[in-house]
Structure formats: structure tokens, C-alpha cells
Design a protein around this ligand. Structure first.
Ligand code: SAM
Length: 198
């Protein structure tokens, strides 16, 4: 397992595949353990780095992960096979916004795909979260640009960062969730659904 993780880190760096920062995945793995999370939905698998680390937290943790890029999806499948997690991880090759889920709930959803689409992912997949489940979103700092979008010269970067700033406001103002922002890695948002039956 250790060797596979190191190989995946090298592959990501050689092929310019964005993967989660170590501090962030360590935080998420601890969160999964502390909250006894069993069923996870991940939006944005890339090559399966975070997928495999989350699935490896405990023998009964299962992850469904969605990836739209074919080369990354194939690499992810290969890595899942290599660690023997075929029974724990389901990899879906599709645009997450087109995926049809039914009769399933997850106790954690990890949003780590196209950052400009975060609100869309949140609004689509929240219906598949358990009543007290958690949605975690990565890159809330976006390499230090978040909070400074008006100063960015590049139009496309400025618009992307503005979308992340909009997402953070959306989370903060969302009365159905309690959101905490963590200055870990590239910034994590942890949004816990308020259980109205409690
Ligand atoms: N979670 C991965 C990890 O930490 O190892 C990294 C994921 S990477 C930051 C984001 C991935 O999301 C990319 O591989 C990209 O192709 C994928 N992606 C972006 N938008 C998507 C969408 N709408 N549906 C499915 N995958 C998407």
C-alpha cells in the first residue's frame, strides 16, 4: 500500500494531476475514523489517490467515486485493482452532473472536482446525504488567491476564484448546514447537515 501511494504521488507530479495535499487527506482520514463514516461519495477521483486513502481507513469503508476524464479514470481503476480494493471502491466514468443516483445515501460526500461547479455539485448531491452527514470541499484557499479575486489579472483565474468565494458565502449562509473552514492544506470546508429530528 505504501509503495502504491508513493507511486501515485510520483505519477501525479509527473503527469500534472492535481491531488489533495497530505495534511488535508490526513485530516479527512481522521474525520472518517472519528465519525465512524462507512459510505463515501467522492466527486473527482483523478487517479484515485484520495479515494484509496479514504477507503483504507477501515475494512468496512466503501467509496463511490466519479471521474469524467478517461485517462484518469483508467489510471484510477488500475490503482484500485493494485491495492485489491475492487470490493470497496466503485469508480464511475461520467460527468458528475450527469450521473443518476437512486436509493443510496452516503454519510460523507467529498467534493473535489471542477471548482467553479461547487454549488451545482452541492445542490445535486445533498439529496444523497444521510440526515446528519458531512460534505467536505477542498481548495477553499485556492493557492492563496481566495479573498483576493479582484486583484487577479488573468480573467479566467479571477472568475474561478470568484466562484470559490461565492461558494464559501453559499456555505456560510446555508441554514441547513453548519460549515467550518479549516486552514489545512489548500483549505477545507466541512459542512455538517443539521439533523432536524434531533
Ligand atoms: N480527489 C482527487 C485526489 O485528491 O486524489 C483529486 C481530484 S482532482 C483535484 C479533480 C478531478 O475532478 C479531475 O481529475 C477532473 O477531471 C475531475 N472532474 C472535474 N469536473 C468533473 C465533473 N463535472 N465530473 C466528474 N469529474 C470531474
Amino acid at each position: 500500500m505504501k509503495e502504491l501511494i508513493l507511486d501515485m504521488e510520483s505519477y501525479a507530479s509527473e503527469h500534472n494531476v492535481p491531488i489533495i495535499e497530505k495534511d488535508s487527506i490526513t485530516f479527512i482520514m481522521k474525520y472518517i475514523k472519528a465519525h465512524n463514516i462507512k459510505n463515501i461519495l467522492e466527486i473527482g477521483s483523478a487517479i484515485g489517490y484520495s479515494t484509496i486513502l479514504m477507503a483504507g481507513v477501515a475494512p468496512d469503508v466503501k467509496v463511490t467515486t466519479i471521474e469524467r476524464d478517461e485517462a484518469r479514470y483508467m489510471e484510477c481503476l488500475k490503482n484500485v485493482k493494485r491495492c485489491g480494493f475492487e470490493n470497496k471502491i466503485t469508480v464511475v466514468f461520467q460527468d458528475a452532473l450527469d450521473v443518476n443516483l437512486s436509493n443510496v445515501t452516503y454519510d460523507m460526500i467529498f467534493i473535489d472536482a471542477a471548482k467553479a461547479q461547487n454549488i451545482k455539485f452541492f445542490e445535486k448531491f445533498k439529496y444523497f446525504l444521510t440526515s446528519d452527514g458531512t460534505i467536505i470541499s477542498d481548495n477553499m484557499k485556492f493557492h492563496g488567491y481566495v479573498g483576493k479575486s479582484s486583484e487577479i489579472e488573468s480573467k479566467s483565474l479571477r472568475s474561478l476564484v470568484a466562484k470559490i468565494e461565492e461558494y464559501i458565502e453559499f456555505l456560510k449562509n446555508n441554514k441547513e448546514y453548519d460549515t467550518n473552514l479549516y486552514d489545512i492544506g489548500d483549505g477545507l470546508a466541512v459542512s455538517v447537515r443539521k439533523n432536524e429530528s434531533k
